[in-house]
Design a protein around this ligand. Structure first.
Ligand code: DQA
Length: 151
C-alpha cells in the first residue's frame, strides 16, 4: 500500500479566514477532503496533518520514516528560513514535494527564497488549493504510479 503524508505548516489552519485576497475562501478541511478523495481514487492512502510549530513539523517528518513513501509539504513561513525543516527533509530520505498556494515569487522579496526547494524533488507555487492536487499527481509520478506521458 502506498502512503503519502501531507504536512501543512503554520497558519494554514486559518485558510478561509486568513488574508482571503491571497489565499482564497477554501478551508483546510475542504483541501484535506479533496486530497483524501483523490488518494482513494488513485488507490493510495493520504494522511494529512497540520502543525504551527517548527519542532512538531520536524518530528512528523522524522516519524514518517518507514511509514510513508512520499511527503507533500507546505511549510508556510518556515519555507523562507527553517534550516531545521530543510535538514529533516534531507535526512529522512523520503521524496518530498513542496507546495504553496500563492505564487511566492510574485509576492514580497522575503518570500522569493525557499530554503526547502533545494532538498525537495520540486515545487508547485501559485495554483491555490489545486496546487495540492498537482502535488499529489507529482508524488504519484515520483513513485511510478502514473506515467509521465499518456500513450
Ligand atoms: C505559503 C506562502 C508563505 O510565504 C506564507 O508564509 C504562508 C503560505 C503559501 O502557501 O502560499 O504561510 O506557504
Amino acid at each position: 500500500m502506498t502512503n503519502i503524508l501531507v504536512i501543512h505548516g503554520p497558519n494554514l489552519n486559518l485558510l478561509g479566514h486568513r488574508e482571503k485576497k491571497i489565499y482564497g475562501l477554501t478551508t483546510l478541511p475542504e483541501i484535506n477532503a479533496l486530497l483524501v478523495a483523490a488518494g482513494l481514487h488513485a488507490g493510495i492512502t493520504v494522511d494529512v496533518i497540520q502543525h504551527n510549530g517548527e519542532g512538531e513539523i520536524i518530528t512528523a517528518i522524522q516519524q514518517a520514516i518507514g511509514s510513508y513513501e512520499c511527503i507533500i509539504i507546505n511549510p508556510g513561513a518556515y519555507t523562507h528560513y527553517s534550516i531545521a525543516i530543510r535538514d529533516a527533509i534531507a535526512s529522512c530520505g523520503i521524496p518530498t514535494v513542496e507546495v504553496h498556494l500563492s505564487n511566492i515569487y510574485a509576492r514580497e522579496e522575503f518570500r522569493h527564497k525557499s530554503v526547502i526547494a533545494p532538498v525537495a524533488i520540486g515545487q508547485i507555487s501559485g495554483f491555490g488549493p489545486y496546487g495540492y492536487v498537482l502535488g499529489l499527481q507529482a508524488a504519484l509520478n515520483i513513485l511510478g504510479k502514473v506515467p509521465t506521458v499518456e500513450a
